[in-house]
Unconditional design. Structure first.
Length: 364
């Protein structure tokens, strides 16, 4: 997939802006507060119908406006161009359109524009709790497993229905539980999908890790949340935890408790990696995720990078750029640095450079 064009109006500090993007590396540079990150946020909004910075619509709508609009032209691998549009109003309403037709679900947009994001807080993927890591895995599965989205929604519904049932059936036994079979069937399938996807991704992860920092040794493992690969074993787990589940009104085992583990120096990276090491690991797995989609499934994501090269010395910056260019994916990156210093020793023909100042855009 490739983002051909982007326009945004009344978005953050941007009154009106339009840009035509190159198929390779697109660098947006300017001072802090100029609107660089807002452009990445607008791309993310058109892809996911939400911001990566805030959950409050009033924060993305320009202060003197009542609604924001973002529009994009997206080219498929076959060259067909689709028009995507997202509108957000201060009333709390959203308008989503594909080729002029209204759509109801954000997933209808996401299928046309897969994006992968590298933000300054990318290390949270390694150092924080498991929610972000599960979401990270599931975003990839959404794009490669046709039945994953509905299976995941169905599993969450069953979890909620089981919790409601347990709340009003405190004297029940495991044999009375009407949700076990559905919970087990859905949970085991989700676990199998995640584990298979992670196994595929591990080779790409090792390759990216070698490019970014050959001295680091790290592997990926799926921690299944207590479910084994068979429904029988999963049912035994639920049976053993039924009294505790009933007491607290939640299911203690299942893929909703799973995790992606980074195994590092005989332990987990979350426990012992430095912030610098965690950043390399998180960057490597993010790029590996993109490489797997691009190479194994022919679904090249657009890679969004905020503050490109920050906190990296020249050698690591060039290694990072080499890893990025090896993906053959479209990249949109921001930086406060002038492009000559940032991209020296790089083929300029592959790079489109834009300058942003006070929400206004110029092509360098």
């Amino acid at each position: 997939m490739r983002l051909v064009s982007l326009s945004a109006s009344a978005f953050r500090n941007i009154d009106q802006i339009t840009l035509e993007l190159g198929s390779g590396f697109n660098l947006i540079h300017g001072d802090n507060g100029a609107g660089k990150t807002a452009l990445l946020e607008a791309i993310f909004l058109i892809a996911r119908s939400r911001s990566f910075r805030t959950t409050k619509i009033r924060n993305i709508v320009k202060s003197d406006a009542k609604e924001s609009f973002v529009r994009a032209g997206v080219a498929t691998e076959s060259g067909q161009v689709h028009a995507l549009a997202v509108g957000k109003s201060l009333k709390g309403t959203s308008e989503l359109r594909v080729d002029g037709d209204s759509v109801k679900r954000s997933s209808d947009l996401a299928r046309y524009l897969p994006v992968q994001v590298l933000l300054p807080g990318v290390i949270d993927l390694v150092l924080d709790g498991p929610n972000a890591r599960r979401e990270f895995l599931d975003w990839g599965l959404f794009h490669v497993e046709q039945g994953f989205l509905e299976a995941s929604k169905r599993y969450r519904r069953v979890l909620s229905q089981r919790a409601a049932w347990m709340k009003i059936n405190q004297q029940s036994s495991f044999a009375d539980d009407p949700w076990v079979d559905q919970l087990v069937a859905g949970g085991v399938q989700i676990g199998k999908w995640r584990n298979a996807f992670l196994l595929e991704m591990n080779d790409y992860f090792q390759n990216m890790l070698r490019l970014l920092d050959p001295s680091l040794s790290c592997s990926l493992a799926y921690i299944d949340g207590g479910y084994a690969s068979s429904e029988l074993e999963a049912k035994e787990k639920l049976s053993s935890s039924f009294a505790r589940d009933l007491k607290f009104g939640v299911s203690h085992y299942g893929p909703h408790r799973a995790d992606l583990e980074f195994r590092f120096n005989g332990s987990t990276a979350r426990d012992i990696a430095s912030r610098g090491q965690a950043k390399v690991i998180a960057s490597a797995v993010t790029l590996a995720h993109a490489a797997l989609l691009a190479n194994a499934y022919d679904k090249k994501p657009v890679i969004l990078i905020d503050d490109f090269g920050a906190e990296l010395d020249e050698e690591r910056r060039q290694s990072f750029l080499t890893a990025l260019m090896s993906l053959d994916c479209q990249v949109v990156a921001t930086s406060t640095e002038a492009p000559a210093g940032l991209l020296e020793n790089t083929a300029q023909g592959q790079i489109s450079v834009f300058h942003v100042k006070q929400g206004k855009l110029t092509l360098d």
